[in-house]
Design a protein around this ligand. Structure first.
Ligand code: SAM
Ligand code: SF4
Length: 326
């Protein structure tokens, strides 16, 4: 029987974080100060991930995204992608900051990756360096180019807009999408940053982005699956696509089909869950596949109705984005 929660939502989509480490320190995600990483022994081994993925695929998961931290910093991730493919995962994708992508793209394709999302928060070199606290602008652009030259489709580029930092670039990003025929996605800034500086007035809403882009280039909505996070638009007069992801201004929890596995083997039913559920403990404690499957059914059943970002009593989760897996 497919996995479902008590609100009748079918769970078909798994995000796997393969590391909490990252070679960037994006201002909306990590802190400028060193954070405590998970201890090496706390991270799941590849065979532990594979076992959990096999159990979850047998329970109806058919869409898996490999993420982190930065997934490409963990050696062996290509072999893991191949293992996921061998399980029969239909839709296999990765989210990456793109820094190491150009040199790894061919191996990811050979491993069976279907598609890729690359983060790029500024088209201006100085601003990019200010946001990511790295000097890797050229490598990320090369990563996008390599993905476009590969069979990975679609290639999506993600930008988190933060008012006062990169909100002036909405139109430039739209031009970038048109020029390079890519899917450019704008993500609302969520209260998951390590420095806990998020405020509502820093959020650039999807409505504002839509209004600004369509004032220059008329947009047509594209039909999308209800469980998809992005509302999609094509340009009336050209190539490229726009995706608007509005978890703050238009929560899409009612159609959520996702669960998340953290790098230390915890299952999370929402980005904003107050608690997570320890599957590593079961794996390392000798639990059978049947016992783990039963635990997953019980955990999923308790999936939250929705996040509470817009409630007066909202408290951000103790884990921040880099430790959950976006
Ligand atoms: N390191 C990879 C990357 O940056 O693409 C994968 C992990 S990252 C946590 C996954 C996604 O989460 C990225 O698109 C990133 O921009 C987004 N993200 C991180 N912190 C966020 C926040 N506070 N609000 C909204 N999106 C965020
Ligand atoms: Fe690293 Fe991705 Fe977070 Fe940036 S958004 S710090 S690249 S995990």
């Amino acid at each position: 029987m497919p996995l479902a929660d008590k609100f009748g939502r079918q769970i078909t989509d798994l995000r796997i974080s393969v590391t909490d480490r990252c070679n960037f320190r994006c201002v909306y995600c990590r802190s400028a100060n060193p954070e405590n990483h998970m201890a090496e022994h706390a991270l799941l081994e590849w065979e532990e991930y594979e076992r959990l993925a096999r159990i979850l695929v047998s329970m109806g998961i058919h869409k898996i995204r490999v993420t982190g931290g930065e997934p490409l910093v963990r050696p062996g991730v290509e072999d893991f992608v191949a293992q996921l493919k061998a399980l029969g995962v239909q839709d296999l994708s990765m989210t990456t900051n793109g820094h190491l992508l150009a040199e790894r793209c061919d191996r990811l394709v050979a491993a069976g990756l279907n598609r890729i999302n690359i983060s790029l928060d500024s088209l201006d070199r100085d601003k990019f360096e200010q946001i990511t606290r790295t000097k890797t602008f050229d490598q990320v652009l090369a990563g996008i180019k390599a993905a476009q030259a590969s069979p990975l489709r679609p290639v999506k580029v993600n930008a988190v807009l933060v008012r006062g930092i990169n909100d002036g670039e909405v139109e430039a990003f739209a031009e970038f999408a048109r020029e390079h025929d890519i899917v450019m996605r704008f993500i609302e800034f969520m209260p998951l940053d390590a420095d806990r500086t998020w405020t509502r007035d820093q959020v650039v809403t999807a409505a504002e982005v839509h209004q600004r882009i369509s004032a220059r280039w008329p947009l047509i909505p594209v039909i999308h699956e209800r469980s998809e996070t992005a509302r999609k638009y094509r340009f009336v007069d050209g190539r490229g696509e726009i995706g608007l992801i509005a978890p703050v201004s238009h929560p899409f929890c009612g159609h959520c089909s996702r669960i998340r596995l953290t790098a230390d083997g915890k299952l999370r039913t929402c980005l904003f869950s107050k608690e997570d559920h320890d599957l590593k403990f079961m794996l390392r404690g000798g639990a059978t596949d049947r016992e783990i499957g039963d635990a997953i059914i019980a955990i999923v059943h308790k999936k939250e109705k929705g996040h509470r970002i817009n409630e007066a009593d909202f408290i951000p989760p103790s884990r921040t984005m880099v430790f959950i897996g976006g």
